[in-house]
Design a protein around this ligand. Structure first.
Ligand SMILES: Cc1cc2nc3c(=O)[nH]c(=O)nc-3n(C[C@H](O)[C@H](O)[C@H](O)COP(=O)(O)OP(=O)(O)OC[C@H]3O[C@@H](n4cnc5c(N)ncnc54)[C@H](O)[C@@H]3O)c2cc1C
Length: 382
């Protein structure tokens, strides 16, 4: 069967991309090996969405994603549990204060609503936060959170309304080309043709690249998360503690619209691989740190833990753009720990790329996210 574009992956990037391509008047097909949308890494995200990054491309994309997500319910009627709680980075170490305060002018120059706040304001924002050594922090009130699964299902319904087709339980096993031009994909069940193929395969994008001899540095990296029982709401912002701890870097948590605290941590060193089995080390590790920061969490009970994969790249930024060896193949891969917040904005960019209608900001973003860039150091606010 023939389509205008085939998208590999019905995840955080693939589903909104189907919507964006269909909005351009084209007929996309999305293929996913799982049974439903969002069953790859989308459902493992804890729901944080922010535009307060430190690199221009991510700021621009993050801002557009926030516009889409924060207005979705009024535009389309679906509840996606958008909560404008903001993001806060409490500061206890002078070196962290210097780094984050130094970023604020750059973030403001991109129109972000972010400010440095005093210790007393931080104590109002996160009641009960440990005051010992607290230097204040940063707060960006326009960031927030969503339910990943409610959001992807809203996007899925909208994409279908716009004419996108989906095939589930079908694995892409090969890419077809003719004289350097993509012509379609092969799956374990059939063959489909299209002049454009979008790689939105998340942690498995490296395998998609290999199908045409392209080495994409997307490496799966295991991260665990958890959710508590609901309790009366007492804070709503995402709290990000960037201090390192035993075998870990930062950890972050927020209270969702149901009053549940959702949290995860960044292991150090990273745990590369595709192991999604929950461990017995995660909860003691993260809970000790959270209770030191916010002692009133000590009696709350954890309901469920899970483990998922970040599709990591060497510098923490995505790989987005046309493949140089095979015409018609677009990569929208390597979302690291930010695919939920980057997905909707990036999807629109991919839609414009496919119909050759990119705008000025897209060029800044495409340069920053080029799959062929030389990797520099990790983004400051990864
Ligand atoms: C614990 C944890 C917490 C996180 N928290 C956040 C957060 O708060 N905010 C945030 O923005 N991000 C967060 N993330 C990261 C986020 O989940 C990912 O960045 C994002 O889901 C990646 O999107 P994707 O579309 O690239 O991949 P996915 O959502 O995994 O989609 C890729 C899809 O491709 C399919 N696929 C792959 N290969 C094939 C093939 N050969 N054939 C057919 N189908 C294929 C897969 O089945 C999958 O459905 C978190 C991740 C974890 C693990």
């Amino acid at each position: 069967m023939s389509y205008d574009a085939i998208i590999i992956g019905a995840g955080s990037v693939g589903v909104p991309t189907a919507m964006a391509i269909a909005e351009q008047g084209l007929k996309p097909l999305v293929i996913d090996m799982n049974a439903l949308p969002g069953q790859g890494e989308n459902k493992h995200a804890i729901g944080g969405v922010r535009a307060t990054h430190s690199d221009p491309g991510k700021i621009l994309i993050g801002r557009r994603s926030l516009e889409i997500l924060s207005t979705w319910e009024e535009r389309h009627g679906d509840c996606i549990e958008w909560l404008r709680g903001g993001y806060t980075f409490p500061l206890y170490r002078q070196q962290d204060a210097d780094l984050l305060k130094g970023l604020v002018p750059i973030q403001k120059s991109y129109g972000l609503n972010i400010d440095v706040i005093k210790p007393k304001d931080m104590q109002e924002l996160v009641p009960g936060i440990n005051p010992e050594g607290l230097l204040g922090g940063t707060f960006s009130p326009d960031d927030g959170s969503i339910s990943p699964l409610l959001t992807i299902n809203a996007f899925y319904r909208r994409a279908k309304e716009l004419g996108a087709e989906f095939k589930f339980k079908e694995k892409v096993t090969g890419l077809d080309t003719n004289r350097g031009q993509i012509t379609g994909v092969r799956t374990d069940k059939g063959q489909y043709t299209a002049p454009v193929v979008v790689d939105a395969a998340g942690p498995y994008s490296r395998e998609i690249g290999k199908m045409v001899g392209t080495e994409l540095t997307v490496i799966p990296d295991s991260h665990e998360a958890a959710i508590t029982e609901p309790v009366k709401s007492f804070f709503s912002c995402m709290v990000v503690d960037i201090r390192p701890g035993p075998d870990s870097k930062n950890y972050y948590f927020y209270q969702n619209r149901h009053g549940q605290v959702v949290f995860c941590i960044t292991p150090d060193p990273p745990i590369f691989g595709t192991d999604k089995g929950a461990t017995s080390t995660f909860l003691p590790q993260v809970c000790a740190r959270m209770v030191t920061l916010l002692p009133r969490l000590k009696n709350i009970r954890v309901r469920r833990t899970w483990r998922g994969l970040y599709p990591m790249t060497p510098d923490g930024s995505p790989l987005v753009g046309w493949n140089k060896e095979v015409k018609g193949l677009v990569h929208a891969a390597g979302m690291c720990g930010q695919g939920l917040m980057l997905g909707p904005g990036l999807a629109e960019l991919v839609g414009r790329l496919v119909v050759s209608k990119t705008i000025d900001d897209d060029e800044i973003i495409l340069q920053e996210f080029s799959p062929y860039r030389k990797f520099k150091e990790m983004e400051a606010l990864k």
